[in-house]
Design a protein around this ligand. Structure first.
Ligand code: 4AD
Ligand code: MG
Length: 433
């Protein structure tokens, strides 16, 4: 629309006449001659005053009964008013209803259960909390991309339809593909290893899928993963990049998303404590810390949420746990030459109970070792021949990692559950709306 001003930019137009479009989020009247409403156009909210004498009478009447979430077009003058939201108020000279909402908006002021809100996610998105969470998500994505792009990484994307598994066959989603069974991608890593041999430092960023039968606050069936892969890098370099990238995510979220963090009532001090460096501890050291607690496990067992929480509780920032037992980790991880019972892999665990946000490490580069692992895990060798080619033609040390976007966003905003970090979360029990 010609001359339309976005609410975010209103302050720059103080003293001028503008045209605004938006939805009526709140309304109250002082008799029949004065109506106040909160208009939101997605970029911000502003109070609009519709007063008798300033607008034609039929528009005044319409303003007194316009239902919530109706779409309106307003012409008016922008006034500075320190008491109002954003220090601005608009005095309407024209008030038009473009589309009156049909009936009562399902999401009101009263407390709704999260099931109801998720069923109405397409409408719930308009509320302040989802708005803030999704803006933080966009900032986290920008921070990661700019961090990697600024260090010379090339963004190369990975396919979603695949004929092989990389993260275990138990969590594959099969897809009927022209009479054959293939799978939705669990990770872009194997393809990024190929891309790293062509382009050096690369990353992919896209949706990944896990048929995980876990109903926890950390698990989605569809989530976005950012996966850097670096030719000629080792575990330590991978940990350095994880650390600096998450450091820049924290810093940029604090700098650029302050209104959103405030809307979510996020404890800022806890996030401010999360600047690098991050403690690096081995799996074996972590087990020592668990001794005598409820989360104690014997050497060789994998971490679950109780172990992640108990280990990270001793720190007020993310930690890097490295050198997990070889037997519990993926086939592609490189055993530590000094102690082959552990791999050169690493998880980053976020504080405040947000769990594992990154998994990665150094890749096995030895052809014979990988052939042995693929056979040992009973994986179909044909499906991995192309991956083994990467070791046949110029095997090199490679390291990388995958960051779960929704887990990082949930932690940034202290959202409590990953479902609020995705625009339309997909879980075991939800593929709607
Ligand atoms: O630890 P994961 O399984 O590692 C990989 O997939 C590697 N191939 C990545 C790589 O090295 N390029 O997954 C990586 C991250 C986890 O740390 C977690 O943050 C997130 O992806 N993640 C999930 N997030 C939400 N729901 C799930 N079901 C997730 N599974 C993993
Ligand atoms: Mg992992």
């Amino acid at each position: 629309m010609e001359d339309r001003i976005r609410i975010r930019q209103l302050a720059e137009h103080a003293g001028s006449d503008v045209v605004l479009c938006g939805w009526v989020r709140q309304r109250r009247s002082s008799g029949s001659k004065l109506h106040f409403m909160q208009i939101d156009d997605g970029t911000g909210r502003v109070q609009v005053v519709v007063k008798k004498g300033n607008v034609p009478d039929e528009q005044l009447e319409a303003a007194g009964k316009v239902p919530f979430e109706s779409t309106v077009i307003i012409r008016g003058s922008v006034k500075e008013d320190a008491r109002q939201l954003g220090g601005i108020e608009v005095a309407a000279t024209e008030f038009q209803v473009l589309s009156a909402a049909v009936g009562e908006f399902p999401i009101g002021k009263k407390e709704h259960g999260v099931g109801f809100l998720m069923d109405n996610r397409h409408l719930w998105l308009r509320s302040r909390r989802p708005q803030a969470a999704l803006r933080i998500r966009a900032e986290v994505i920008r921070a990661c991309r700019e961090h990697l792009d600024g260090r010379g990484f090339t963004n190369v994307d990975a396919p979603i339809f695949n004929s092989s598994a990389a993260e275990g066959t138990a969590t594959l989603f099969p897809v009927e593909y022209f009479g054959e069974t293939i799978y939705l991608s669990q990770t872009g890593q194997l393809h990024m290893e190929a891309a790293a041999q062509a382009l050096g430092d690369v990353y992919c960023f896209g949706p990944t899928f896990r048929a995980e039968k876990s109903k926890t606050r950390r698990h989605l069936t569809e989530f976005w993963m950012l996966e850097p892969e670096m030719a000629f890098a080792d575990l330590n370099e991978a940990m350095d990049v994880m650390e600096s990238m998450i450091g820049s995510v924290v810093e940029r979220t604090l700098t650029n998303c302050r209104p959103e963090l405030d809307a979510l009532e996020r404890d800022i001090a806890k996030l401010e404590a999360c600047m690098p460096p991050y403690p690096r501890i081995s799996y074996s050291d972590a087990l020592e810390r668990l001794k005598g607690t409820d989360a104690e496990i014997p050497w060789g067992e994998d971490f679950g949420a109780p172990q992640e929480d108990a280990v990270s509780a001793g720190f007020d920032k993310p930690i890097l746990v490295h050198r997990f037992p070889t037997a519990i980790k993926a086939f592609y991880m490189k055993p530590d030459p000094d102690q082959p019972e552990v791999v050169l892999g690493c998880d980053m665990i976020a504080p405040e109970g947000y769990g594992e946000i990154i998994g990665g490490g150094e890749r096995a580069s030895d052809l014979a070792y990988l052939e042995h692992k693929i056979a040992e895990e009973g994986l179909p060798k044909e499906a991995y021949e192309w991956y083994l080619d990467l070791r046949r033609y110029g095997a090199n040390p490679t390291a990388g990692f995958g960051m779960g976007l929704e887990r990082v966003v949930a932690w940034m905003g202290d959202l409590g559950h990953v479902r609020e970090a995705a625009p339309f979360a997909r879980t075991m029990s939800r593929t709607f709306p």
